[in-house]
Design a protein around this ligand. Sequence first.
Ligand code: GCU
Length: 374
Amino acid sequence: MVKIPENKRNVPSLFVCQDGTEVKTAKEWVDKRRPEILEMLRREEYGRLPDMSDVKVDIHVTAVRQGEKIMNGRAVRKTVEVEAVRRDRHFIFTFDVFIPANAEKPVPAFVEICNRGSMNCDPARELLSSFYPAETIISRGYACAAFRTHEVAPDYEEGFRTGFHRLFPEYADNRAGDDWGTITVWAWAASRVMDYFETEPMIDEKRVAVVGHSRGGKTSLWCGAQDERFAMAVSSCSGNSGDAISRGKTGESIRQILDRFPFWFAKNYQKYVDHEEEMPFDQHMLVALMAPRLVYTSTKSNDSWADPASEFESLVQADPVYQLLGVKGLSQWERPYPEQSLHEGHIGHHHKTGEHTMDDYDWDLYMDYADKHL
Ligand code: GCU
């Protein structure tokens, strides 16, 4: 028997299909309701990629380094270039992968969507930042890779002309309601890292987590929802249009996010400004699309803009899908107190006293959770 939590925010049901029929089995969820929700989020919120059939994507290693200079010999660093060509246009982004040098068999890995520039995910490891503690990740036996979102698509309004958008000049200043926003492109890039992992003998591509903070966390959840090769998605403080329920949310609203960042989303999303109750979806659906895979969110007590209560509520409301699929989801429906973590089920969470960021504390818990479940 699936236990349904109290629906205080009046979010749309995960189990009632668009034609009014009710999902009663795991098969109905997988075959019917899940694809319908995915399509709805694509059309109404994040936008869909253009037809990619004439885009040739080439992923190749441009450098391999090992030795004292690379994490004191503890890791192998591979620099990877992703080149996408369409007609006479091309665009490139790069990322670096670190693999434990002493690994004897393929290891699990983290992909970080780095929205804070090379200061915070320096491939040379001269600038160390707890936003991407690659040395610790390696010491714990994981591989890791980070790409910089701004190399993939600019994080400002520029009419969809540079980065990935360059490939599709016919869309510049000319996006239809359901065409892609930038978050969809960043998610596409994380999937290209996964493409590379599938070819890398020392990485176990069945045990890969995609991680992001804030706008990066919105992206990691959307990436994991679409690309089922990811066994786990981690969202730090992703708040509005990420892990937080929009109905009844405090802090940032859809109006406020679209005022400043309209290009992150499909134009259709504008319909819901001040009309959150009319949305046929809410963010618990984004979380539920991960089921039965692992999803982990973390929040900070002082991050009122993201709204920790609404962030937790999406996990509670997504839990019934995990139950339906026969796995333990969230270990409790009461909000945890700060410094408490919920690591029992396939929906993991921790809440921490502090500000809007992702740091060593969070990473240690992501890895504890991954050690247990991934
Ligand atoms: C802004 C934005 C948030 C976003 C955050 C971030 O505050 O309003 O939605 O999550 O930036 O990416 O740090």
